[in-house]
Design a protein around this ligand. Structure first.
Ligand SMILES: Cc1cc2nc3c(=O)[nH]c(=O)nc-3n(C[C@H](O)[C@H](O)[C@H](O)COP(=O)(O)O)c2cc1C
Length: 289
């Protein structure tokens, strides 16, 4: 039987105005305009990862998305990991640009939700617990993203998504989106079966041509097996204490050995590097999978 795949409507797609219930995570660094625009253009909902970015850069990235697509998109900000004056300036620029949506992460901060809602912006909130989901709904969020412990990047979830998702779905009235380990159409169907209105994917989109991730990062993602990630609080600089992260095993985790937890953000070493080149696959191919 032929299935019409020109759209896949759920309460999430109706609210966000996209064709497919697939959100690309606002990954700070990799999720720049190229990725967010490609995902929105392909029918998903692209998020710009703008944590701790300057208002000038955020403004440029928003304009670049708009130059590339007329489809709706959003901006990701992280109140708990951003100095309050910078956060206020980041919000100012998003609201002045009238972005369709803002996706917040980590602790629920009612004031930032209120500011966005007062300006007529849709609010998505990624949380890691039922308590967080209830707080997000109470604060006025339009969508809650439930993040399981499987997730890549910083991980707020403490339990697997298969148990967290139905628990949150049972207790909130707003659409719930599943996050953590979703990368295929089968995963989307599983999330919908558990009551989700869509999925939120980070790692899936990291290795695309459109992602701003480093070439080496993309190669490592493409070569990785299911058991290759490490869960640790070694990468907590600029985050509250006890902010774990899931990363691919690397020289830092290797050097730490079994000493993966108990690192205070203020006492971690601050040397590192950053640059970008591109390899991988196209967003369009992944939206078809
Ligand atoms: C490289 C990377 C960077 C991330 N950066 C952010 C971020 O800046 N803001 C945010 O809300 N989530 C961030 N996340 C977490 C995602 O929002 C999401 O929870 C996660 O990617 C879901 O799991 P998945 O990677 O298995 O799809 C990041 C994830 C990755 C992999």
């Amino acid at each position: 039987m032929a299935i019409d795949m020109t759209s896949f409507a759920t309460p999430l797609t109706r609210l966000l105005g996209c064709r497919y219930p697939v959100i690309s995570a606002g990954m700070g660094g990799p999720a720049r305009a190229g990725l967010a625009a490609a995902v929105s253009h392909a029918g998903g909902f692209g998020l710009l990862g703008m944590v701790r970015e300057s208002p000038e850069l955020i403004s440029r990235e928003i304009a670049a998305v708009r130059a590339a697509t007329d489809q709706p998109f959003g901006v990701n900000l992280i109140p708990s990991a951003t100095d309050s004056s910078l956060l206020a300036a980041e919000l100012d620029v998003c609201l002045a640009a009238r972005v369709p949506a803002i996706c917040f992460f980590w602790d629920v901060v009612p004031d930032v939700v209120a500011r966005a809602k007062d300006a007529g912006v849709l609010v998505l909130y990624q949380v890691g617990s039922l308590e967080g989901a209830l707080a997000a709904e109470q604060a006025g969020a339009d969508v809650v993203i439930a993040q399981g412990i499987e997730a890549g990047g910083h991980v707020r979830g403490r339990t697997g998504i298969l148990t967290l998702l139905p628990e949150i779905v049972r207790h909130v009235r707003i659409p719930v989106v599943a996050s953590g380990g979703f990368a295929t159409g089968a995963g989307l169907v599983a999330a919908l079966a558990l009551g989700a209105a869509g999925i939120h994917c980070g790692t899936l989109f990291l290795a695309t041509h459109e992602s701003f991730a480093h070439d080496y990062h993309k190669q490592r993602i493409l070569a990785a097996q299911a058991g290759d990630t490490v869960y640790t609080d070694l990468f907590a600089i600029n985050w509250p204490p006890h902010s774990p992260v899931r990363v691919l095993a690397n020289s830092v985790t290797g050097k730490a050995g079994n000493n993966l937890f108990g690192h205070h953000p203020d006492r971690l070493p601050r040397d590192g590097f950053c640059c970008n080149k591109v390899v991988g696959y196209d967003v369009g191919d992944k939206m078809k999978d």
